[in-house]
Design a protein around this ligand. Structure first.
Ligand code: ZNH
Length: 142
């Protein structure tokens, strides 16, 4: 699980990048759709899944809002994400392997946009954080 140092790293990095969260979310989703096209099947009802479309922007913002919430709830990620986990398990029926895929894309985008802040230590803590987020998002699938 996350050490105090990991939590501090994540909070510090998030404070730095959160002003760009909407943009990061949009880019992460766009990359996910392009690099892992099987993820698009869940969004077939959107009018436009292309890079930077309105739907992608809107959804990227929502997703990053909940990542920000997760950072705020970093001491209780499972509690903080339980209703979202339930939504994805029972309403949206998202295969939980996809949580790792989206997390990976968010990580890539952060590394790309904030290379100076993406030290090895920050990478490690963020990797652990997103692994926990993916696990918490998968918690209600039973
Ligand atoms: Zn998800 C939705 C978050 C992942 C798919 N999402 C959603 C929302 C949110 C989220 C916040 C909104 C809700 C409401 O509205 O209420 N997600 C999230 C997060 C994550 C996720 C945080 C991780 C990290 N998802 C995901 C994935 C997928 C998804 C991976 C697939 C692939 N989601 C989804 C869908 C939806 C959502 C489909 C619906 C959309 C619309 O609306 O259309």
């Amino acid at each position: 699980s996350l050490s105090e140092n990991d939590k501090q790293m994540v909070k510090t990095l998030w404070a730095k990048i959160s002003p760009a969260a909407d943009q990061l979310g949009c880019e992460a989703l766009s990359r996910m759709f392009l690099v892992f096209p099987q993820t698009k099947t869940y969004f077939a009802h959107w009018p436009d899944l292309s890079l930077g479309s309105d739907s992608v922007k809107k959804h990227g913002k929502k997703v990053m809002n909940s990542v920000g919430e997760a950072v705020n709830n970093i001491d209780d990620l499972f509690g903080g994400l339980s209703s979202l986990s339930e939504l994805h398990a029972f309403q949206l029926r998202i295969d939980p392997t996809n949580f790792k895929i989206l997390s990976h894309n968010i990580l890539v985008v952060i590394a790309n946009r904030f290379p100076d802040d993406f030290s090895v230590e920050a990478h490690l803590s963020l990797e652990k954080f997103f692994a926990r987020v993916a696990l918490a998002m998968s918690d209600k699938y039973r």
